[in-house]
Design a protein around this ligand. Structure first.
Ligand SMILES: [Zn+2]
Length: 359
């Protein structure tokens, strides 16, 4: 199996001169695209040589790729942006080892002046993909130079092989009410505390109330968008760390609670509005689960859903089932007397798939 991933690699502190040059390339690229569309079909250039007549100076490699990009969108009437892109022959990622043994990642591509080799910021999870690229296990697609706000990025697409592994460890993941998420695999635990998230959510809820009272609807919409972006960002980071944790521990299967049921009410319901961000009850766990699944598959890890009903009520050591959900952070077993964090206990149960967890 193969899957295409797009790595968004930030250019590390480009100089003012470089930023201006990238912008100029982007503007010329967009202008060329719109000029191309304005031409009669028969007149449209097919090669970079022909394209030069219709464009301010741009590297041939960029013009070639621009023609491909425009053709890939046959319905386009006008381009707001056509970001400069490079084929796999014109764009290269390199790793340089520094004197202290560290690594600096660089991207090289043609520009208006000459070919540049510029440092890029590589996140730990992206490093794995770039290493696959350098070792020839991943195939490079096109790379696109994109501005977001003041920052410049390279969006690099890669085709990576995905293999399903067998016979490794199972990791249980509990989506908690106290902690956002607790993962457990052979006695090792990974926590994402919910305290800070509840704090931020409450802050948003208070602001929302004020804006509602003032009837400031446009500001309300902006606030909603901002909160939404924050939540998505948290879910991305958490799922990334979770899957990395699984990879490090040789996990081949992640067991997650199935999120259907009353607890996972629809986020637009009235109860949520009444909740005022006080708990994690209405956290978008569904999105989080999707992110986990997507990232796990890339790492060759299977995701399985389990019935959550008994996971918090069962002692993960002796199997005793208690009647009411433990209050607070600790699961105290009336039979074997063990005291364990409720969400860790639940994650252990999920990993072991005890208590009738057939999903
Ligand atoms: Zn027990």
């Amino acid at each position: 199996m193969e899957q295409v991933v797009t790595l968004k690699l930030k250019l590390y502190e480009p100089t003012q001169a470089k930023r201006e040059m990238y912008q100029l390339m982007a503007d010329r690229c967009t202008d060329f695209a719109n000029r191309y569309l304005s031409l009669d079909k028969k007149e449209r250039p097919r090669t970079s040589g022909e394209a030069k007549k219709y464009s301010e100076p741009l590297p041939s490699a960029v013009l070639n790729q621009a023609i491909r990009d425009i053709k890939a969108k046959p319905k386009a009437k006008r381009f707001k942006h056509l970001w400069p892109a490079f084929s796999n022959q014109n764009f290269r990622v390199e790793r340089e080892v520094t004197r202290d043994g560290g690594a600096v990642w660089k991207a090289s591509f043609p520009t208006l002046e000459k070919r540049v080799g510029v440092p890029i910021v590589v996140q730990p999870y992206q490093e794995k993909y770039l290493e696959m690229l350098l070792s020839g296990r991943a195939k490079q697609g096109s790379a696109r130079l994109v501005r977001r706000g003041k920052d410049w990025y390279v969006h690099l697409s890669l085709t990576v092989p995905v293999e399903e592994k067998r016979g490794g460890k199972v990791m249980g993941v509990d989506l908690g009410m106290i902690d956002l998420l607790v993962a457990s695999v052979s006695g090792q635990t990974l926590f994402f505390s919910g305290d800070e998230l509840v704090y931020v959510r409450r802050h948003y809820a208070q602001l929302r109330k004020k804006l509602q009272k003032a009837g400031a609807y446009r500001a309300l919409k902006r606030l909603g968008d901002k909160e939404h972006r924050w939540v998505t960002d948290v879910n991305h980071k958490v799922s990334r760390m979770l899957v990395d944790f699984a990879i490090i521990h040789g996990v081949t299967k992640i067991r997650l609670e199935d999120l259907t049921g009353a607890r996972w009410a629809h986020p637009q319901r009235r109860e949520q509005r009444k909740d005022h961000g006080r708990s994690l009850q209405y956290w978008p766990y569904y999105q989080l689960r999707q992110f986990i699944e997507y990232k796990a598959v890339l790492a060759g890890i299977r995701v399985e859903l389990v019935n959550p009903d008994l996971t918090t009520l069962t002692c993960s050591r002796c199997g005793e089932v208690i009647r009411t959900r433990p209050k607070g952070r600790w699961f105290r077993c009336p039979r074997c007397r063990r005291v364990k964090h409720v969400d860790v206990n639940a994650a252990d149960n999920i990993a072991q798939a005890v208590s009738g967890l057939a999903a």
